[in-house]
Design a protein around this ligand. Structure first.
Ligand SMILES: [Zn+2]
Length: 100
């Protein structure tokens, strides 16, 4: 009776250990993925030439590509519009505006 219960306890412990191992790996993967997404979000890249651009930038491309694609005047207008839209967005979000 005692031997069986000890065996049983050992088996249960082993099962518990095995069960616990899997979620940790999953959790680690989730954390790693979150970190990579965060890292990606930290650094904005130009959609045309893939160069690093400021995360504060309201546009998804660098100034050089923007000028090349839209022309200097058009780019200026786009940036102005995007900035206005972002400011409106920040107001809508209330206090969650970026600390920059
Ligand atoms: Zn570019």
């Amino acid at each position: 009776m005692d031997i069986i219960s000890i065996e049983d306890t050992r088996r249960k412990r082993k099962e518990k250990k095995d069960k616990n191992t899997i979620p940790y790996i999953k959790l680690y993967k989730v954390i790693l993925l979150d970190y990579l997404i965060l890292k990606e979000a930290e650094m904005k890249k130009c959609i045309y030439c893939k160069c690093d651009i400021s995360n504060d930038s309201v546009i998804d491309f660098c100034e050089r590509c923007g000028k090349g694609v839209f022309g200097e005047k058009m780019l200026g207008a786009i940036v102005e519009n995007m900035k206005e839209a972002q400011q409106r967005g920040d107001l809508d979000q209330g206090a969650s505006a970026s600390p920059h």
